[in-house]
Design a protein around this ligand. Structure first.
Ligand code: FES
Length: 98
């Protein structure tokens, strides 16, 4: 089910947090592409928007592990992947598939 998450397109290199149906998510525009993921580090449950973008990854602020924006893959073998979501733009609105 596609759900509207933002009324505008995120600026390049920024992460915008939102809550949808009690799920914390973030949307980012990185190198011209949109990505959406759960706003929760799989390691210790901190919001990933407290971290930063590094290349095509989001880096957690607490221990520095990073997660691929497209696949969610973790930089650490013993940490599960970040939950990612399909994202699309219609006019200036952003939708993700929950
Ligand atoms: S809580 Fe995110 S890397 Fe440890």
């Amino acid at each position: 089910m596609w759900v509207k998450v933002l009324d505008s397109i995120p600026k390049e290199g920024t992460m915008v947090a939102a809550t949808l149906k009690s799920v914390k998510v973030f949307v980012t525009m990185n190198n011209g592409a949109l990505y959406a993921a759960e706003n929760r580090c799989p390691h210790e449950d901190i919001e990933l928007t407290l971290g930063c973008l590094k290349g095509n990854r989001v880096k957690c602020s607490l221990h520095g592990y990073s997660f691929d924006l497209a696949t969610g893959n973790s930089s650490e073998e013993d940490v599960e992947a970040m939950q990612t979501y399909a994202v699309k733009q219609e006019n200036n609105e952003i939708y993700i598939e929950l």
